[in-house]
Design a protein around this ligand. Structure first.
Ligand code: ADP
Ligand code: NI
Length: 217
């Protein structure tokens, strides 16, 4: 199989795999992450673009939040797909990205040494902020039947520090637990620049949200 045929074949598998996910994790999320990752990689020259594309394509295939996937079973399936496409040489690298890309399971003390991860993780995180990130967060919140906002669980201190958050999750709370932190977690200067603009938009959105909530005109 040549590289184009490999990409097309893996595209088909990923499309099928994503059918049970929420619409914030649909095929278009994968397409956006691919484009962003390739853009970042072109500017930073960190990895082979083919490997970036394959990894971006597969990055959400073992997400345990969906379809009751047991991650270990997911990793095994991904490994088999990689080998079946004659890519044994990059199997460990790609799996390392899939295992470490998640925000929730990130290693806070050590920065992983895998340029492929830096690029694809930045792309995935960029898609979680800005206008698209907001749309995705509310889509996910709706999928989980979470509240839009629950003022009782967010006190003034929590709002300014991001600490002491308790109670039921709301999507606005998710901004403080994750979205507003992402800008400072970018691995590459290119992504950091893109993140600054998207971060600003999160702040504008929240400001307007509280104005409307509090009946301030
Ligand atoms: P990661 O894999 O990096 O941990 P997730 O898969 O948790 O990221 O998040 C994927 C998307 O779903 C993101 O856009 C994220 O903001 C959104 N999301 C995850 N958890 C929540 C939540 N509790 N409320 C709203 N959106 C969420
Ligand atoms: Ni993703």
């Amino acid at each position: 199989m040549n590289r184009n045929a490999i990409i097309s074949s893996i595209e088909q598998i990923v499309r099928q795999n994503l059918e049970d996910y929420d619409s914030g994790h649909d095929w278009w999320h994968i397409e956006r992450v691919r484009k962003l990752a390739l853009y970042i990689n072109k500017r930073e020259e960190l990895a082979d673009p083919f490997e970036v594309d394959i990894t971006a394509l597969m990055h959400d295939m073992a997400d345990s939040k969906f379809a009751g996937i047991n991650p270990r079973q997911g990793y095994q399936t991904i490994a088999e797909i990689i080998v079946k496409h004659g890519l044994s040489g990059i199997k460990d690298k790609v799996l390392d990205v899939i295992k470490n890309i998640s925000f929730s399971s990130r290693n806070k003390s050590e920065r992983p040494v895998n340029p492929l991860l830096w690029v694809v993780q930045d792309a995935d995180r960029l898609d979680a902020i800005g206008a698209i990130g907001i749309a995705r967060a509310f889509t996910y919140g709706g999928f989980r039947n979470n509240k839009i906002y629950d003022p009782d669980t967010i006190d003034a201190e929590a709002l300014s520090t991001g600490n002491n958050l308790s109670g039921n999750p709301s999507t606005i709370r998710h901004f403080y637990e994750k979205l507003l932190l992402l800008k400072d977690l970018m691995n590459t200067p290119t992504a950091r620049k893109l993140a600054d603009k998207r971060h600003e938009f999160l702040e504008v959105f929240l400001k307007q949200f509280y104005k409307e909530w509090n009946f301030v005109f």
